[in-house]
Design a protein around this ligand. Structure first.
Ligand SMILES: [Zn+2]
Length: 470
């Protein structure tokens, strides 16, 4: 009896997580995420599913981040009818996230079409009249929501003939899991994204039970994070410095997870009197909704946050913090004079309201773009991180004169040392390890480090590569 594993996304890259498992005549997908990168390539890659959606028996979703969950509505649009197994918090978060993702895609497509139309009328018809189409619609996302099936961590659950699914907390974001799929004496592990010990808000990653084969992430496979102790001081410095210039701080951020983490740290800094009291705007309807979900899943928090809560403090609310839901209020921020801070999505600056804030503010040297998350290749966020002095936004060049500050310590991903440690309890039984969710140089570095420490066969699969597990 064997399993067949095919890698379709996050193969030698960090986005578009999707792996196909064939077992006992049934097809399963582990994650079904959005690929992000060059606009045209990303669109095609996401649209053209490598599997027949109707033939997929079930999806097993590691966590709610859009690069793991974001292509589910497209799968449903193409005939998938569920179920999607995941943790209760992930199911809860995915509902808001997928609706938001659909809305953003429709809005972005409309914006580009409107602009192209305007330009054509000025520059004459150029013969290129095709309209940009949204990858999926709000209706597709709405049809996806009822397919979620919550399974609590540590509770084995049958997801198909002779196939059992069991999860542990991955400590990467609220509701994130690592999973084990077992059937007919074979055990396949999938790490999902692995978090870090001591990250603010959420509990630490749990060890995975023994498995024969393992798919493991490798985002920071070639790096060691700086001590987290410095992060608050760095954050305090950048806010103080920019406020002194009368500037605005634009913080592109995953609406779910990173935004709440930033809010919590800023709240602590304000309570400790370490930053000037400037307005902080969380400008993302998704972040607003997701923060409500964070409030509902208190059992997943770490001790520090629970203590905060027990004192009767709302960790996600304070006087100078304003959650912006309405688009008019978001637009009004353009005319507001600094200093203030805007936390807005998307985290890699590929879509959403943050693009408007960047377009309006990166030309002003008083302002700061604050990058706190991983920026994938070819994304606008990566270009800003690399210090480009001119960047494309919606296909148009914009000069960048503002400061760019990068804080890597908040990363929700384990670094090389932490990955090696996470692997330790699993290593003795492993027949083969597949590295995914990393850029190739990081993966090669991690492979070398793993093999220096454990006697494990390590593969770095390419997109479309398949393996038989027996
Ligand atoms: Zn993630």
């Amino acid at each position: 009896m064997s399993m067949k594993l095919t890698f379709w996304g996050a193969a030698r890259t960090v986005t578009g997580s999707m792996h196909q498992l064939d077992f006992q005549g049934e097809t399963y997908l582990l994650d079904c995420g959005l690929f992000q990168g060059r606009r045209q390539e990303a669109f095609q890659r996401n649209r053209e599913l490598p599997v027949h959606a109707k033939n997929v028996r079930a999806v097993l979703l590691s966590h709610a981040h859009i690069d793991h969950s974001g292509n589910l509505p497209n799968l449903v649009r193409n005939g998938f009818s569920g179920p999607i197994f995941t943790s209760p918090a992930t199911a809860d978060l995915s509902e808001t996230m997928l609706l938001d993702s659909a809305f953003i895609q429709q809005k972005d497509a409309e914006f580009i079409n409107r602009r192209n139309k305007r330009r054509r009328s000025v520059m004459e018809e150029l013969g290129d009249s095709h309209e940009v189409e949204a990858l999926y619609t709000v209706e597709d996302a709405e049809a996806t929501v009822p397919l979620f099936h919550s399974v609590l961590p540590h509770c084995p659950h049958e997801v198909g003939p002779h196939l059992t699914y069991e999860t542990v907390n991955a400590g990467h974001m609220l509701g994130s899991t690592s999973m084990v799929l077992s059937g007919r004496g074979l055990r396949l592990g999938f790490s999902g994204d692995i978090g870090r010990v001591g990250l603010p808000i959420i509990a630490d990653p749990e060890p995975l039970p023994p498995v024969d084969y393992l798919i493991m992430e490798s985002t920071y496979g070639d790096r060691f994070h700086e001590e987290q102790g410095n992060v608050k001081q760095k954050l305090a410095d950048v806010i103080t410095r920019t406020a002194a210039r009368g500037g605005k701080i634009i913080a592109p951020s995953f609406a779910v997870g990173r935004t709440q983490q930033l809010v919590l740290l800023i709240h602590e800094l304000i309570r400790e009197g370490r930053i000037p009291s400037i307005p902080i705007f969380v400008d993302s309807p998704l972040a607003v909704n997701a923060t409500d979900v964070f409030r509902r899943h208190l059992y997943l928090y770490d001790d520090e946050t629970r203590t905060f809560l027990r004192e009767g403090v709302d960790p996600f609310g304070f006087k100078r913090l304003v959650y912006v839901r309405e688009v008019e209020k978001s637009k009004a921020l353009n005319d507001l004079r600094g200093p203030f801070m805007v936390i807005s999505a998307s985290g890699m600056c590929e879509a959403g309201r943050v693009l408007h804030h960047l377009r309006n503010n990166i030309g002003d040297p008083r302002n700061t773009v604050l990058i706190t998350g991983f920026q994938a290749e070819n994304t606008l966020g990566r270009k800003l991180q690399e210090g480009w002095t001119e960047v494309p936004i919606w296909g148009e060049p914009y000069p960048r004169r503002c400061e760019v500050e990068v804080i890597t310590e908040l990363s929700g991903h384990a670094d090389q040392g932490e990955l090696l440690k996470w692997l330790e309890p699993v290593a003795p039984t492993l027949k083969k390890l597949f590295l995914v969710h990393g850029e190739y140089p990081a993966q090669q570095a991690l492979k070398a480090a793993i093999q220096a420490r454990y006697a494990i066969e390590v593969e770095i699969p390419t997109r479309g590569e398949a393996f038989t597990l027996a």
